[in-house]
Design a binder for this molecule. Structure first.
Ligand code: NDP
Length: 633
């Protein structure tokens, strides 16, 4: 069935200027001067975040001494893709290193009840055609994704070299051997010719710095380390029967909390949901994969779906487009395209187009608010659950059980927006609106170090390139890269993630394209007998300058948003151009769009000249190489 636009209220029924003011008021209520510093790292009662593994016992082992061609730091989806693409490019000696006990990354650690992917699985799961795999439904369960990650590991024989249950704590370039020395929590001596940073975006849990958090004497855990021993049930059978006589509080109403709350509401004696900012929650619509649809798919379908999703979620549909993904991610653009089509696709300036898009944004958000009102019986609770901000200010979500949970007699929503978060914790529970609520357990669905400083995000104390230069100093004024993946002074090092490249609507597709590029460079360098490779300062400067010339400044949009990791908790930093900006959790993104960025990389590879890279052929020629790389900045 062709995807239809949604039934949103007409613009005339919304007083947009008044709503804009309401959005600002809701934002201001939540602004905290501390910005990112309101969060703390898990210590004491939360040591399990760094130590141990609730899913698999950690076996003590001797320190390793190992020499590898490529160390891929991470065994989540980006690390898996890096290893796969290296293998496909003929590079052997690839080793994934991960804190977890297996492949999977976030899907390894996060096994809280209800975990599913909020993205279309036919886009999110990489290599579907190659693996001959089809997800069982549109929004796949966490367990299915984890199993799929393992199956890629087996298929591409990634297990042979992988080092698990090993936390990388630092990296140091050793010029005398032209290798990276990898510092781990197991005291290993691992030397790698190349390193790929595939450490993900959601790898380090964070906690709200609530006064008294560690005085609480009851049970506490972060959702990324769910304790089924305490709650009862298991990740495969989340019947949380041990909570039947427990009073539980959960902090957070983001993507994670939203999936766990229906389970907590169903099983706990009493559940308090502590909400600072409501999420936007649409219906899920999660049918099993239709085998008849699968039969219609032609080779190359996944790439086409990615391109379609890119237009649906970010760039806007073109005349004649059909929305294949057809969910809440693509709603604004789908509705807008339907209206423009009905008007014969009028010529619009960029300003006019953005104004139309903004109007549709208000209409979609109004539909979401009406949805809450129609589902939640207590109107005060319903009002507190309504989101008042632009659609892309926070991550949109879908769930069919969330709102109904607030109709249960044992579930209480406590809106802590007026105090900018939970006021305090005590030995017995938490304080909200000056009242102490006693609980047996507090669950922290408080997210991850997504937009904090790099050292916190990576968890590396030491990260030194040539001449002992720290990456944190090197990038103190912002990223300086070639194509967002390599940086001068840090030879043989690649970054997968959100630094200074194109933005794809599908995180995993973006990672995949980056890994293909890195694998190409590494295989070429190895094939040419190159000992070390890095961008020249000139090439890097030229890329950064081009990047900044075409950049789209999102500062005004982000300023209007309610605080979250999407806008660095509304905390500004000084941008590379000296202006105050919000650190985007997606890094700096290429202003000409994903397709243009992909073409830039493809053209660069097609040329085969490794333009802009300085190649050090062998240790014998190291001296001139060093001189070349020591030009004054
Ligand atoms: P988030 O950072 O999105 O949410 C953290 C929650 O904690 C927010 O509701 C936040 O409120 C709340 N919070 C923080 N501090 C306080 C405080 N002092 N008092 C009260 N509440 C507080 O983390 P999640 O783990 O939910 O999600 C992180 C990301 O993980 C998602 O955005 C998504 O990208 C990914 N994810 C993806 C899934 C998928 O299906 N693909 C599923 C789950 C997660 P406030 O909003 O006010 O800051």
């Amino acid at each position: 069935m062709t995807c239809q636009p949604t039934n949103v209220p007409p613009a005339r029924e919304i007083d947009i200027p008044a709503m804009r003011e309401k959005y600002r008021h809701e934002r201001d209520k939540r602004l905290r001067r501390e910005g990112q510093k309101q969060y703390v790292q898990p210590v004491d009662d939360f040591k399990s975040v760094y130590e141990g593994d609730p899913h698999m016992p950690v076996q003590p082992r001797e320190a390793l001494t190992r020499e590898v061609d490529v160390a891929v730091l991470g065994a989540g989806i980006s690390g898996i893709l890096a290893a796969v693409e290296l293998k496909k490019a003929g590079v052997t000696g690839v080793c994934n290193i991960d804190h977890a006990g297996d492949f999977g990354g976030v899907w390894y650690w996060n096994r809280y009840p209800g975990i599913q992917c909020d993205n279309d699985a036919y886009c999110y799961l990489p290599l579907l055609e190659e693996m001959g795999y089809m997800p069982s439904k549109k929004f796949a369960d966490g367990a299915e994704i984890y199993a799929y990650c393992q199956s890629i590991g087996r298929r591409f024989e990634l297990y042979d070299n992988a080092i698990f249950h090993t936390l990388v704590e630092g990296l140091r370039w050793d010029e005398s051997i032209l290798r990276w020395r990898i510092i781990t929590d197991c005291g290993d001596d691992i030397r790698a010719r190349y390193v790929i940073m595939a450490n993900g975006l959601l790898n380090i849990p964070k906690l709200p710095g609530i006064p008294g958090i560690h005085t609480f004497k009851g049970k506490m855990f972060h959702t990324a380390r769910w304790e089924y021993d305490y709650s009862g049930g298991s990740s495969s059978n989340p019947v949380l029967d041990k909570l039947a006589d427990k009073r539980v509080g959960i902090i957070g109403t983001g993507a994670t909390a939203l999936q766990a709350i229906p389970y907590l509401g169903r099983y706990a004696k009493q559940l308090y949901v502590l909400q600072r900012t409501p999420s936007t929650v649409d219906q899920r619509i999660n049918p099993p994969t239709d085998p008849e649809w699968v039969k219609t798919l032609k080779p190359g379908w996944q790439a086409e779906r990615h391109a379609n999703f890119q237009r649906g979620a970010i760039e806007g549909f073109l005349p004649g487009d059909i929305d294949h993904v057809c969910d809440f991610w693509t709603e604004v653009n789908r509705n807008l395209a339907a209206e423009l089509a009905a008007q014969g696709w009028p010529e619009l300036s960029m300003e006019e187009f953005m104004a139309r898009r903004e109007e549709m944004d208000y209409r979609v958000m109004e539909r979401m608010r009406q949805r809450v009102a129609s589902m939640v019986k207590d109107q005060q609770t319903a009002e507190a659950l309504k989101p008042y901000y632009r659609f892309s200010c926070k991550r949109p979500l879908s769930n069919d059980d969330y709102y109904d949970t607030f109709n249960l007699p044992n579930v209480t929503l406590i809106d802590v927006s007026a105090t900018k978060g939970v006021e305090a914790m005590t030995e017995k529970g938490f304080i909200a609106h000056g009242i102490e609520h006693e609980v047996d357990c507090m669950v922290f669905a408080s997210g991850f170090e997504v937009s904090s400083d790099l050292d916190r995000r990576w968890g590396f104390e030491v990260f030194e390139g040539r001449d002992g230069v720290s990456i944190y100093d090197h990038w103190a004024d912002g990223y300086k890269t070639l194509h967002g993946m390599m940086t001068h002074g840090f030879p043989n090092l690649f970054f997968i993630g959100y630094y200074q490249g194109g933005l794809n609507a599908s995180t995993t597709e973006q990672y995949h394209r980056q890994t293909i590029h890195c694998a190409y460079i590494i295989s070429e360098a190895l094939g040419r007998g190159v000992a070390a490779v890095e961008p020249s300062r000139e090439a890097q400067d030229a890329y950064v300058s081009h990047f900044r010339d075409v950049a789209i400044d999102l500062t005004d949009f982000q300023r209007e948003c309610t605080p979250s990791y999407y806008n660095n908790e509304s905390e500004t930093i000084t941008g590379s151009d000296g202006r105050q900006k919000f650190r985007n959790f997606l890094g700096e993104t290429y202003g000409l769009g994903w397709t243009a960025f992909e073409k830039l990389l493809q053209d660069w590879r097609d040329k085969g000249a490794l333009d802009g890279l300085v190649l050090c052929p062998s240790p014998a020629t190291r001296a001139p190489f060093r001189q070349q790389n020591r030009r004054p900045s």
